[in-house]
Design a protein around this ligand. Structure first.
Ligand SMILES: Cc1ncc(COP(=O)(O)O)c(C=O)c1O
Length: 395
């Protein structure tokens, strides 16, 4: 197939024409169960009526004005987000990378205000924060960075889930102003840290006057069974970034701040033409209202456990399975050998899955997934894993 699109993606040979709930249909009308949700985006499923209605109504009155003026839907969304998160205020962007750019700028400005001329941010190995220059520099994956040097400076990298390494970095780098971390690493392989990891980071940030910045772009908006993953820990960060599921597919990103971090930006310091426009905000408001109405946080916890229990039992005698880990509906099945070929095999069976970090099957099903769909997911994927794991792989 010839295409006028820059070849930045290795695409699977399928084009979807429409969707409903957890199902997608391709242009030959073949049906697929979507256990990826557009990489943690369509958590309410496809063609959700509340989102469609909000978009329809908003587009009939006003799609965009500009941040030169007050935007009512933006004010409303900021009120809901701050109430749900415990944060003080919000900057709206259009994507995850842009939300993180805002966070990185906040951290640098926080440093400059304290007379630190070359502020540095502690970031993690195997992290993923986006593809813009600053966020790819913060990302802990050389493949994402290769060829785009010189990278943006000012990042200190330490292993994930290693408090001693952070303590050492703080001791060695007097210019340290912030720690940026994902509560669970998504692209890095669904890596779940120790239960008190975030609490210990919070303590270190308090002791050393560092901003605690959580990238909740993948973990946020109910994915892990709480509205935000840090709510499992009973702490508050200073900065938190969101995108992905916030608009259920309508592009919107947000950088939330609290306390000192919420007082840093003033007019002219940051901006975005589209950020927080009426259309995107009305979609996000519909998403947040639906999460509450349908008790979807509880559903994410319950269904996540159910899926993992079912996989654990179906795969219990399978030595190729190294570990099944999850929080809510963010699920990783780590195999002993690379398994990227499972994605195409599952596609053939009418199932969308993802593989990350070579050996980890990542499942991010919509929060509205139904019991029969869970059965289909578990039986189809377990069979594929069993075939894949035979000495002479049958795939
Ligand atoms: C944790 C995390 N941060 C940032 C990003 C970048 O978001 P976007 O692709 O919307 O720029 C992603 C995307 O996968 C992500 O998972």
């Amino acid at each position: 197939m010839t295409s006028q699109i820059m070849p930045t993606y290795g695409r699977l040979p399928v084009t979807f024409s429409h969707g409903k709930g957890a199902w997608l249909w391709d242009d030959n009308n073949k049906r697929y169960l979507d256990a990826v949700s557009g990489i943690a985006v369509c958590s309410l499923g496809h063609a959700h009526p509340a989102v469609a209605k909000a978009l329809r109504q908003q587009s009939k009155t006003l799609i965009h004005t500009s941040n030169l003026y007050h935007v009512a839907a933006q004010e409303q969304l900021a009120m809901v987000l701050t109430a749900k998160s415990g944060m003080d205020n919000v900057f709206f962007a259009n994507s995850g990378a842009e939300a993180n750019e805002a966070a990185i700028k906040l951290a640098r400005y926080y440093g400059q205000q304290r007379d630190i001329k070359k502020p540095e941010i502690i970031v993690m190995e195997k992290s993923f924060h986006g593809r813009t220059l600053a966020t790819l520099s913060a990302t802990g994956n050389p493949k994402v960075q290769k060829g785009f040097e010189p990278l943006v400076s000012g990042f200190i990298r330490v292993p994930f889930n290693d408090i001693a390494a952070i303590e050492q970095a703080i001791a060695q780098h007097k210019n340290c102003v912030a720690i940026l971390v994902e509560p669970i690493q998504g692209e890095g392989g669904v890596n779940i840290p120790a239960a008190d990891y975030l609490n210990k980071i919070r303590t270190l940030c308090d002791e050393h006057q560092l901003l605690m910045m959580l990238d909740e772009i993948q973990t946020g908006i109910g994915r892990t069974g709480k509205f935000l993953a840090y709510q499992h820990n009973g702490i508050l960060p200073d900065v938190c970034t969101l995108a992905k599921a916030l608009g259920n597919g309508v592009p919107i990103g947000a950088c939330l701040a609290r306390g000192t971090a919420a007082q840093l930006f003033s007019p002219g310091m940051h901006g975005s033409t589209f950020g927080g426009n009426p259309l995107a905000c009305s979609a996000a408001l519909a998403v947040l209202a639906t999460l509450d109405k349908k008790d979807l946080l509880y559903q994410a916890q319950r269904k996540g456990q159910q899926i993992v229990d079912a996989f654990s039992s179906a795969l219990k005698d399978q030595p190729a399975v190294v570990e099944i880990r999850h929080q809510g509906l963010m699920i990783g099945i780590e195999l002993a050998q690379p398994c990227a070929n499972l994605v195409a095999a599952a596609l053939e069976q009418g199932l969308l899955i993802n593989v990350t970090n070579e050996k980890v099957i990542r499942l991010l099903p919509p929060l509205i997934i139904k019991p029969k769909q869970i059965d289909f997911l578990v039986s189809t994927l377990s069979t594929l894993i069993q075939k894949h794991s035979q000495p002479q792989s049958l795939l």
